[in-house]
Design a protein around this ligand. Sequence first.
Ligand code: HEM
Length: 454
Amino acid sequence: MTPAPAASKTKLPPGPRIPTTLQAAIWALRPLEFMDRCEARYGEILTLRIRRGKPWVLLTNPEHVKLVFTRASELMGAGAGEANPLLEPLLGPRSVMLLDEPEHMGDRKRLLPSFHGGRMKDYGAMMSEIAREKVATWPTGEPFELWPRMQAISMEVVMRSVFDGIDPERGALLRERIAELTNWINRPRRLAMLAAFGSRSITANSGFRQAMGKVESVVLDEVRERRARGVAPEQEDIFSLLERGHAESGQPASEQKMRDELVTMLSDGPTATSLAWVFERLLRYPPKLARLREEVLRDEGDEYLDAVVKETLRLCPAVPLVMRRLVTPMELGGYTLPADTIVAPCIYLMHRRADIYPQPLEFRPERFLGGADAGAYSWIPFGGGVRRCVAASFAQLEIKRVIAVVLRELELRPAQAGSEGAARSSVSFAPGGGARVIATRRTPGPADRQPLAA
Ligand code: HEM
């Protein structure tokens, strides 16, 4: 790693000198390549100017990232809206992801019980059940894209976690409307416009308002009905825990607040994207696939499965960077960054550092075997500090459960020989071809054991 310059300079770290509009255009069209090139040229701490010329300081040194993730939370504002201008129109301004302190922490505390270790057992059984139901309907003998199938699984999982026992008709309507909204947003031209012109290009659009309004109306109908019924003490879905949390704090949430909190949960895109990447990568390494299948079929631990998940989240992080806005100036890497600078631990670049991950572009789950720990500040697919993804354990459990079901039920092979590059989706980067595969059903053999955990 490059040692920090000795004397603190008030100027920002180096970065491209091309005009902001040009940086914004390159960011819109080729963000990953842009970051690669800038890092090669300017090093591990660099400045981009994408939105209204506001500096984004990208960080790829774990020491710098640690300083950001451990800095007092009241000195770090939310930066997620800056990273992705879609977030505010989609999630709403009162979403936990977009709030500053102390409101952010209040929301986060209300969410944490939903992802407590004790809840994971129930979630695991539900995730496997949903995966089995969905996988049974996948086509065989012809190419299809895994990504939308994974979206359907993660949508169902999150829906049941948020609104357990939702009326099946209303559940189907909500799924359908979220899918419509996602498809509307995910059109490449819209995403490029959005990246270039910011959230106003989206909120001003009647197509977006209509699609978003349809999702909101179902969510609000469900909220109103549940409130009219009252939350029973035994109910433990995310809606009920949130409602109880608000009541205990003496401040029942407005309908708009509930809308933002629930839509934030229901908009889980990264889990499906990560699942699509698992198979996009794994199927191109038959010996690794065979090793994983054997571990899954024997049902004797999940060491290799865990390593495959970690390696996928390393090499193909669904979210390429996280952001914080500096409330006060901060010393970092020998620079004094002024207040209002956006500091951005860059997951994508950090995970590709050859000094941390030798041969970084190779898919090698083995690097996480034998007790090799993923470093808290060098393996950061879920961000870090007080804004680290609240659902990191939930998401990893889901990914593992779905992989296990798929490997038990199907033989998969890639539909095309070469790897699929990354393509921008609404909130993440997904395999460009949607992870196209051809499946055949497996006939269980003598090696198959019934899974110990249902
Ligand atoms: C593989 C799947 C997922 C990935 C890679 C992922 C990644 C992330 C990242 C990078 C952040 C920002 C962290 C930061 O700023 O430091 C985040 C925040 C968050 N994620 Fe996830 N996420 C995933 C799944 C989920 C799921 C399934 C849910 C909910 C059902 C969820 C809910 C949230 C929430 C509420 C926050 C905001 C936390 C806060 O601001 O305190 N995520 N996630």
